[in-house]
Design a protein around this ligand. Structure first.
Ligand SMILES: Cc1cc2nc3c(=O)[nH]c(=O)nc-3n(C[C@H](O)[C@H](O)[C@H](O)COP(=O)(O)OP(=O)(O)OC[C@H]3O[C@@H](n4cnc5c(N)ncnc54)[C@H](O)[C@@H]3O)c2cc1C
Length: 287
């Protein structure tokens, strides 16, 4: 299938992209890697009249430390995340999660910004960003505002992004050295979206869990920050009771659909399994 007709624009700066989007109005969409948008256009699930390609904007492609924060430009590809020495040292959960996305071909072109801006509950990066407490910088004709990843997602494909805005960067405080992390994803085959997946980031000190956050992929209309699951772990000695409580809290907020990945009961049940595995993985890495 081929997409409908559209006009292609290729701005060279963020300012030009924002102006184009403002001038063209709601019929224009930003184009990043195109690995979600172009398939949707081929299926006629999206039919923008104008595509504003962000691919030539150098200011959107970087990974850097800013004080205690890590900041990643929206057009950074998933492959660049895997290859980054800074992320390998400071936030290894990102490369581990990127490796779960599709296959190398998709990861060379698909971007972090596209993955988190898309609003598909099956995308893997949003839950990790919620776990890390990331903030998204959204730039429009009136300037830049920051929206926490935990507040960004409203419904499937509905986010806090307003028409005319682009997501320019993603920022989070680097987790403390020695933190534990894991992204556990159950999928039917290599390259598939999650049947259920869970991200866990935690800190352990003196045999007790000092802080923990848990977030879930593809078990609801949006990525889900499992606040109660994290609270069940924090302050505990990560004993069976605390882990059971965290898995139960995650399963309670899940609202998966019955689809090709299985019936509702199955998907909620395997969510409990991936949450337990993610906690175990994070504990095993914490120092
Ligand atoms: C075969 C295949 C398998 C896949 N498997 C997985 C998987 O397992 N897990 C997973 O997470 N993803 C998967 N994907 C999706 C892939 O990760 C996409 O690359 C990603 O979802 C979107 O990133 P993109 O750069 O391609 O964005 P695009 O497709 O270009 O854009 C996606 C949407 O976000 C908007 N957008 C993009 N960038 C911005 C921005 N900076 N500001 C504002 N809006 C923006 C676009 O307008 C569009 O609405 C798969 C894709 C394919 C083709």
């Amino acid at each position: 299938m081929i997409p409908g007709l559209f006009t292609y624009h290729r701005p060279g700066s963020i300012a030009q992209a924002v102006k184009l989007l403002a001038d063209l109005g709601e019929d224009a969409r930003p184009l990043a890697g195109g690995h979600s948008l172009i398939p949707m256009m081929k299926l006629r699930l999206a039919a923008p009249d104008h595509l504003v390609d962000l691919g030539r904007i150098a200011d959107l492609k970087f990974i850097r430390a800013e004080g205690a924060d890590i900041v990643i430009g929206a057009m950074t590809s998933q492959a660049e995340i895997i290859a980054s020495p800074l992320l390998a040292e400071k936030a290894p959960v990102l490369a581990a999660t990127a490796r779960h996305i599709a296959d190398p071909q998709v990861r060379y072109v698909g971007t972090l910004g596209g993955n988190v801006a898309n609003g598909d509950p099956g995308n893997d990066m949003p839950a990790v960003m919620q776990c890390l407490g990331a903030r998204y910088a959204l730039t429009g004709s009136k300037g830049t505002r920051e929206v926490p990843a935990r507040e960004f997602y409203e419904a499937a494909y509905v986010t806090k992004l307003q028409p005319g805005e682009i997501l320019t960067s993603i920022r989070f405080a680097a987790p403390p050295a020695g933190h534990g992390w894991a992204y556990e994803k159950l999928k039917r085959k290599v390259g598939d979206y999650a049947t259920a997946a869970a991200a866990v980031v935690l800190e352990i000190a003196g045999g007790k869990c000092k802080a923990a956050s848990v977030a879930l992929t593809n078990v609801g209309q949006t990525p889900l920050f499992a606040d109660k699951a994290g609270k069940a772990l924090a302050g505990s000695s990560l004993d069976k009771g605390a882990i059971d409580a965290a898995a139960k809290a995650a399963m309670e907020i899940a609202d998966p659909s019955a689809d090709i990945r299985g019936p509702v009961e199955y998907r909620r049940s395997v969510l409990g399994v991936v949450v337990r595995r993610a906690i175990a993985g994070a504990v095993s890495r914490a120092r």
